[in-house]
Design a protein around this ligand. Structure first.
Ligand SMILES: Cc1ncc(COP(=O)(O)O)c(C=O)c1O
Length: 385
């Protein structure tokens, strides 16, 4: 048998092992796993919903997906051939000729080229998309901001003849981001008839609004229309846009750009998207229905909703305090939207919020949270009175 001392040591060691083992087992089952599961469920519930940047909320057509895949097989080759095909396809879509088209690395490259070449003195309508100002500042443009949003919530161009004489580049965003307002054709014609400056009409949301002045490029050599595949065609991640203008204007813009400004995959996707118009028309129509339903829903909650013609809704709350409460409340639930002070917009001040429409699922989560936050808000308003 064991000598007495050895037996003591043996027992002590066993008791220690028993305790360490059971404490470990207990903490694994009672503390560590539940904590990990909790964190996991929490992170699942808090999967962020991005309704700030306006993604399409639908996937590319089957043809676009196939084209992306087959173009990827030539990823090792510079995209020296193939621009003509894209330009021809866009020209067919715009009912013009390919010499009037220049494809760009997103609409933002078109903005960059226009500002760099013509933007010495720019007229910028406000509020609007921030990129005109952003690039203008980096190129030392002189900028005149012209307020277009009125107290009655209407939005219309506010350029005078003197402004138009002064400018070298005039911006018009149609429909305007973020208000979603349409700029009537007669107002654009008035601008074109009263200036020698380049008039850049940004039709990024054309597929939602259906209004265009592309047909005027024949008459007005100073008109440049820019568009993108990021919105209606949902290809923001591939960066593809284009400009439509007089052919000599297009040549000078092209001369200032990089030789291979649009990559193979974006080009193939763009051609395929324009060959899948039926698919995209259906998706855009249902997104417009979602947008209109959402605007009615917001009005029902007592929030002013602009009549938007873009892929987003634009809301006005009663006060900045109300906007902030709702904005923070949504953010705490992992729902991200844009508010007026975000750098996405130029000249937007006040209790405004822009919500990208996205898909039905994300939008219904947002609606539920918005409703509950507005109810809480009304209760706390009532208590204050
Ligand atoms: C009005 C407007 N123009 C141009 C763009 C640029 O689009 P992209 O560079 O994604 O083609 C945007 C993007 O948000 C926009 O809202």
């Amino acid at each position: 048998m064991f000598p007495k001392e050895d037996l003591k040591t043996y027992l002590k060691a066993h008791v220690l092992v028993f305790f360490v083992h059971n404490i470990f087992k207990y903490s694994l089952h009672q503390v560590i796993w539940p904590l990990a599961a909790g964190i996991n469920t929490m992170s699942k519930n808090l999967k962020p919903i991005h309704l700030d940047y306006s993604g399409a909320g639908y996937s590319p057509s089957a043809l676009v997906k196939r084209s992306i895949y087959s173009a990827s097989k030539q990823a090792d080759c510079y995209p020296y051939e193939g621009y003509d095909m894209l330009h021809e396809k866009i020209a067919e879509y715009c009912k013009t000729e390919s010499r009037n088209i220049y494809a760009t690395n997103g609409g933002d490259e078109a903005i960059e080229l226009l500002v760099t070449i013509f933007g010495r003195k720019m007229l910028v309508p406000i509020p609007t998309y921030n990129e005109y100002e952003y690039i203008g500042k980096s190129r030392n443009s002189e900028i005149r901001y012209k307020n277009c949003l009125r107290d009655d919530n209407s939005y219309s161009l506010n350029y005078t003849k003197a402004d138009l004489k002064w400018a070298t580049l005039v911006w018009i965003c149609n429909p305007n981001n973020p208000t979603g307002s349409i700029i009537p054709r007669r107002d654009i014609l008035w601008v074109l008839d009263n200036t020698d400056a380049i008039v850049a009409v940004d039709e990024a949301y054309y597929e939602f609004a259906g209004n265009s002045v592309v047909d005027l490029i024949k008459k007005y050599k100073n008109l440049v229309v820019l568009r993108t595949f990021s919105k209606g065609f949902g290809l923001a991640g591939l960066r593809l846009g284009y400009m439509v203008s007089d052919s000599s204007r297009i040549s000078s813009l092209k001369a200032a750009a990089q030789e291979f400004n649009v990559n193979r995959i974006a080009r193939a996707a763009g051609i395929a998207a324009l060959s899948s118009l039926g698919y995209y028309k259906k998706r855009i129509a249902s997104m417009k229905r979602l947008r209109d339903e959402f605007e009615q829903f917001a009005l029902g909650l007592g929030i002013y909703a602009f009549k938007s013609n873009g892929g987003f809704a634009f809301l006005k709350f009663k006060s900045i305090a109300e906007l902030e409460k709702i904005y923070v409340g949504l953010k705490n639930k992992g729902i991200f939207v844009f508010k007026a002070s975000d750098s996405e917009f130029t000249g937007l001040k006040g209790p405004y919020m822009r919500i990208a429409i996205g898909n039905r699922g994300d939008l219904s989560v947002l609606k539920k949270e918005l409703k509950s936050l507005m109810q809480k808000q009304k209760l706390s308003d009532g208590k204050l009175r």
